[in-house]
Structures are given as structure tokens and as C-alpha cells.
Write a protein that binds this ligand. Structure first.
Ligand code: SF4
Ligand code: SF4
Length: 351
């Protein structure tokens, strides 16, 4: 089967972007190892433990793999980013988490693609569907497959769709013609680096490939989603009202100005700038039910309550005293400590 036909099938399965990379050792792994060794993965042990070396070569996940079909699915909608909401009572949620869990939607699309490939190809072949969770340098592969370049904000950017795109892969034992990497179109722009509130985008000291990287330990996405423990105090006041993730370095990117929007029903905004008081009042059961099909559940109940406390501290409204006092008296020492930090920032109530 020729590559163009594979790409047509991918589009029929709902992927705006598709391309092919060879399943072979990745030179990009050398920098990944340096990044992990520098501690920039923070406490994300799954990036640094024995699984790290699997990223050196996609064949670690499927020894017979010859090609990687990389796909991209747009999740952008017409709603503006939540961190622009003027209402100080609302929390900010990363765009990718407004709708349903993308893993389910992207995996279903890749399974459809695999079925179509099996129908179209008479010979036997082995395949593996991957969405995000497997140890794979997926942005490096997507770049090699021609889906876009890796911007200074470390996101994969496509000239046509921007960076509001979920990635997925299909490892196959088929020999397919690989694509050509797209040229880097960041030019002299530094908007993302300048806009990052915590200074998480840092120079690598290398001339390029990559000249900039993400120090996850300072990134609000990491702090609000992946970090299980205490958020460093010096970063809390720079986190605004982010309660799950951060999109600032993508919102400011000129390549996202005219990003197309998705028609996918599952990606339409559901959890859009929820009220902080309402979030603070959730018990464990309500949290589990409300976010059962949402990426937000990854933060965990205590993680979300900790983030809500920091967001309340940063918006510092006097009426946050009561919900924060409740959070300060919960059994979780982490939630309680962040709530005390937030309480100390509230203005005294008049009278
Ligand atoms: S997601 Fe937010 S905190 Fe992280 S690098 Fe981008 S702007 Fe900075
Ligand atoms: S904001 Fe500018 S430098 Fe950053 S990723 Fe976009 S184009 Fe590249």
C-alpha cells in the first residue's frame, strides 16, 4: 500500500494530520537523556525510570515495527482560553481538558484506521495502537513524519493547524515511505518564552535541536497535574488561577491565531472555567463522578483541592475565607498547608 493511501485513510478516521516515520533509533533520545539527568522531569518517575530507555527506539514497543504512522487530531474550539476570564471567582483549565478524555477518542480513531488498513491490505501485518501513555518520543516521531516542527514552547506546531492537536501513533510491521520533517518556523519569535509566568522555558545552551526546552519543575502544567506533593512556595504566586494545566505558551503563539476548530462532539467545552468555590466544595465522591470521563481526574482529588487553594490565594477574595478554612482543616496535610498559605494572602474582612 502506498503512503498516500494510508494518509487518506487516516483522514477518513478523523485525523487532520497524518504522516509516516521510520521505526528506527532516534537521535533525539540523546537530548532526552540529558534532560532527565538534569532533573528537568521533576518527580515524573515514569519519564526517568527503566521505561526511559524504551524511548530510544520505537521497536522497543513492537520489535517487528518498520514504520510509525503518526496522526494528529485537532481539539481547538472557538471558546477563548480560560485564563482570559475576567471573573476572579473562576479557575482556569487547560483547553485539552475541557471535553472528554482524549485518549478514548484518539484510540478509537486509531483502531478504526487499523481496521481500514487490514481491509485494504491482504498480507498479514502486526500493529500496535499508542496514545500518549506508552514510552515513545512522539513529538520527535511526528516531526520526522512531517506533521510539524517543535516550537520553542516544546509543542509540535503545524503550519495549518497550529498546536492544539492531540497526537497518536500506529506502529506497523509494514514498510511505508517516510515523510520529510517540516522546517522550523519559529524564526526570531520569543513570545512563548517571554509569556511563561514561571520561566519554565529555558535555553539548553545548544545552537539548535533543541535550543530551548521545558524545565517541567517550573511548569504550571506539571505543578497542577503531575506533581503529587507540595508546590514550591516561590512559584505559587505566579500560578494565577490555574487549577489544571496551563496554555499560556500556546495561547500567545502566532501559529495558533487562525487555528481551525474541531467538530468533534467530545471535545466541546464542558469543564470551562469552573467556579473555585464550587470546586472547593466537592467531596471525593463528587470529584470522582464529575471528572470520571475528563482528563482532570489525573490531578486526583487532593491535587485539585491543593490547586484550588493556590488559585484562591492568588485571587485573594475576602469571601474565600470560609472555603479555605474548610480546606485548611481537611485530613490531607498537603491541601491543609496550601490552604493556610492562601488564607495568609487574603485581605482582612472589613469590620
Ligand atoms: S504551560 Fe504555562 S508554565 Fe508551562 S511552559 Fe507553558 S506558559 Fe510556562
Ligand atoms: S510563540 Fe513563537 S517561539 Fe514560541 S512556539 Fe510559537 S512561534 Fe515558536
Amino acid at each position: 500500500m502506498d503512503t498516500q493511501r494510508v494518509l487518506r485513510l487516516a483522514r477518513e478516521c478523523g485525523f487532520e494530520l497524518a504522516g509516516v516515520a521510520r521505526a528506527e533509533p532516534l537521535a533525539e533520545f540523546a537530548f532526552y537523556r540529558t534532560w532527565v539527568a538534569a532533573g528537568m522531569a521533576g518527580e515524573m518517575r515514569y519519564l526517568a525510570d527503566h521505561r526511559a530507555s524504551l524511548r530510544a527506539d520505537p521497536r522497543a514497543l513492537l520489535p517487528q515495527a518498520r514504520s510509525v504512522i503518526c496522526v494528529g487530531k485537532v481539539y481547538h474550539t472557538s471558546a477563548p482560553g480560560t485564563h482570559g476570564t475576567a471573573d476572579g471567582g473562576r479557575g482556569w483549565i487547560s483547553r485539552y481538558a475541557w471535553g472528554e478524555d482524549y485518549h478514548v477518542i484518539v484510540r478509537a480513531g486509531l483502531r478504526r484506521l487499523l481496521e481500514k488498513l487490514r481491509e485494504a491490505i491482504r498480507a498479514d501485518f502486526v500493529a500496535r495502537v499508542l496514545v500518549d501513555a506508552a514510552p515513545l518520543l512522539e513529538r520527535a516521531l511526528a516531526r520526522r513524519a512531517g506533521l510539524g516542527w517543535i516550537g520553542r514552547n516544546t509543542c509540535l506546531i503545524n503550519q495549518r493547524t497550529g498546536s492544539w492537536v492531540f497526537l497518536g501513533e500506529l506502529l506497523v510491521s509494514l514498510e511505508l515511505e517516510p515523510g520529510q520533517p517540516a522546517p522550523d518556523r519559529c524564526g526570531s519569535c520569543m513570545r512563548c518564552v517571554e509569556a511563561c509566568p514561571t520561566g519554565a522555558l529555558v535555553p539548553t545552551g545548544l545552537p539548535d535541536d533543541p535550543a530551548w526546552t521545558l524545565d517541567a519543575r517550573r511548569c504550571i502544567s506539571y505543578l497542577t497535574i503531575e506533581l503529587r506533593g507540595t508546590i514550591p512556595e516561590e512559584l505559587r504566586s505566579q500560578m494565577g488561577r490555574h487549577v489544571f494545566g496551563c496554555d499560556i505558551c500556546q495561547e500567545v503563539c502566532p501559529w495558533n491565531r487562525k487555528a481551525p476548530v474541531t467538530a468533534e462532539a467530545g471535545f466541546q467545552p464542558r469543564e470551562y472555567a469552573p467556579g473555585l468555590a464550587e470546586l472547593a466544595s466537592l467531596d471525593r465522591g463528587q470529584f470522582a463522578r464529575r471528572f470520571a470521563r475528563s482528563p482532570v481526574r489525573r490531578a486526583g482529588y487532593e491535587g485539585l483541592m491543593r490547586n484550588v487553594a493556590v488559585a484562591m490565594g492568588n485571587s485573594a477574595r475576602p469571601d474565600w475565607r470560609e472555603p479555605l478554612e474548610r480546606l485548611a482543616s481537611t485530613a490531607s496535610p498537603i491541601v491543609a498547608e496550601h490552604a493556610r498559605w492562601a488564607l495568609a494572602r487574603l485581605p482582612e474582612r472589613a469590620g
